[in-house]
Design a protein around this ligand. Structure first.
Ligand SMILES: [Zn+2]
Length: 443
């Protein structure tokens, strides 16, 4: 099977240029610069005139809820949403049920994905207070790294013992396994919650969420993670940075990087008034000052990657305030259009988007032959355009939970086509139900 993509503008490795791409089987066979397409006979031709071609997005941070929480979401539904959003690879987090904290539960997830995933997949191994002895048995070619909850969130996988943390950072460093952390000081969060309840009652309004899940709780926990990474030389990646102050730790050492996710780049605390608990997540969406700092961090190198922290819940679970409403929101279907919208606002360039969402997740975790548009690499590609505005309505939402914090939003940018492993799996609203992803290889 050969496919020619012609007429488009390629965004890759810091450059934006007119060019054509030839796909043979599952790989990129040729990239030709210039207006003229290479001559030849192709099984299929895709006209990308007026559109931009990016590497398929690698979302390093998703919660597909499978196994065990599949009333919220599952690998089939969420990987479909990924395809609609131009995301061709994802790393899923271990706070499923059972937790992905043993070799057996990890293997079960691979088996589930083999049967159910429409796009490429891998899984973080979850650290616990006492499982670092298993790290040596993990196959470094199959997983991105270890996920460590230094703050409690959905699924409660909190690791807070000082000695446990030292063992995790030390063992991961010896093995060359990246550690991705959720940083929030749970003791502070609990104390803030106790005080808020004393003042406002059992379920404080959601606008108090960023005061309970406070900036200081984030800062202190991130400081602890960074100190441990410096001491042991661990490859640390701090997930979902939310505050201006935490950024001081980043952009200096190559083994210490941070992620920003769409919610914190797009929303600020003023949005609690209109969107309420729909935008409640952990760590919390914070002030507009914090959001501006994060946006600056995207271009000055202090933020290394952009993921989604795609975290669906049932709409019924998103009711109530700080205590009752579940934390997390689905986002994978709209992450790329949202970032493209930020580029229209002059916040970052198209090249920055390719770097933050495709190249850096690949280089950080050592993803093999994906994340770049290069000859010989796997043909994971997404074609986007900004000519036909569209609105987020319930019927376009692919996530199983069927709601989105972006509902009603009008986007200029749309995902037109998604290619995964050389297959056109999504084409202008039409999805290939039979598409299946591959296991991602590392290092
Ligand atoms: Zn998460």
């Amino acid at each position: 099977m050969s496919i020619l993509i012609y007429g488009g503008t390629i965004v890759n490795e810091g450059r934006t240029y007119r060019g054509s791409i030839v796909i043979e089987g599952e790989r990129i066979a040729q990239i030709k610069e210039g207006e003229d397409a290479p001559r030849g006979n192709y099984d299929e031709e895709v006209d990308a005139t007026g559109c931009f071609i990016f590497p398929g997005v690698i979302d390093e941070h998703v919660h597909f809820r499978d196994p065990g929480l599949t009333e919220k979401a599952d690998i089939e539904s969420e990987s479909r949403a990924a395809a609609y959003g131009g995301v061709t690879s994802y790393f899923d987090m271990p706070n499923t049920n059972p937790h992905t904290t043993s070799l057996e539960t990890l293997e079960e997830k691979f088996e589930l994905a083999r049967r159910k995933s429409h796009v490429n997949y891998s899984f973080f191994f979850g650290a616990t207070n006492d499982n670092s002895a298993l790290f040596g048995d993990l196959d470094r070619c199959r997983i991105p790294g270890v996920k460590l909850f230094m703050g409690a969130s959905t699924g409660n996988m909190l690791v807070d013992g000082r000695e446990s943390l030292r063992r995790i950072f030390g063992t991961a460093a010896e093995l060359g396994l990246p550690v991705m952390t959720h940083c929030e000081d749970t003791r502070q969060v609990n104390e803030n919650m106790r005080r808020a309840r004393a003042e406002y009652g059992d379920d404080p309004q959601v606008r108090s969420h960023p005061l309970i899940r406070s900036a200081k709780a984030c800062y202190d926990s991130t400081a602890q993670a960074v100190a441990l990474a410096r001491e042991y030389g661990t490859r640390l990646h701090v997930a979902h940075l939310t505050t201006a102050r935490e950024l001081e730790f980043f952009g200096q050492e190559s083994n210490i990087t941070g992620e920003a996710v769409i919610a914190h780049l797009y929303f600020c605390d003023k949005d609690y008034e209109t969107r309420g608990a729909l935008i409640k997540c952990n760590p919390a969406v914070k002030t507009s000052h914090d959001r501006e700092a994060l946006r600056k961090g995207l271009v000055d190198g202090r933020i290394f990657t952009v993921g989604t922290d795609h975290a669906p819940h049932l709409l019924s679970e998103k009711q109530g305030g700080c205590a009752r409403a579940a934390s997390g929101m689905p986002m994978i279907q709209f992450s790329l259009p949202t970032m493209l919208e930020l580029s229209d606002g002059g916040i970052l360039t198209l090249e920055d988007i390719a770097t933050l969402m495709c190249h850096h997740p690949a280089t950080l975790f050592g993803v093999r032959e994906r994340g770049f548009i290069r000859q010989g690499y796997v043909a994971d590609l997404v074609i986007v355009g900004n000519q036909r505005p569209w609105k987020v309505t319930e019927d376009v939402i692919q996530s199983k939970c069927k709601w989105s914090p972006m509902i009603g939003h009008e986007y200029q940018w749309r995902v037109c086509q998604t290619f995964c492993n050389g297959h056109l799996i999504y084409n202008e609203g039409v999805f290939d139900e039979n598409s299946s992803g591959q296991e991602i290889r590392f290092r």
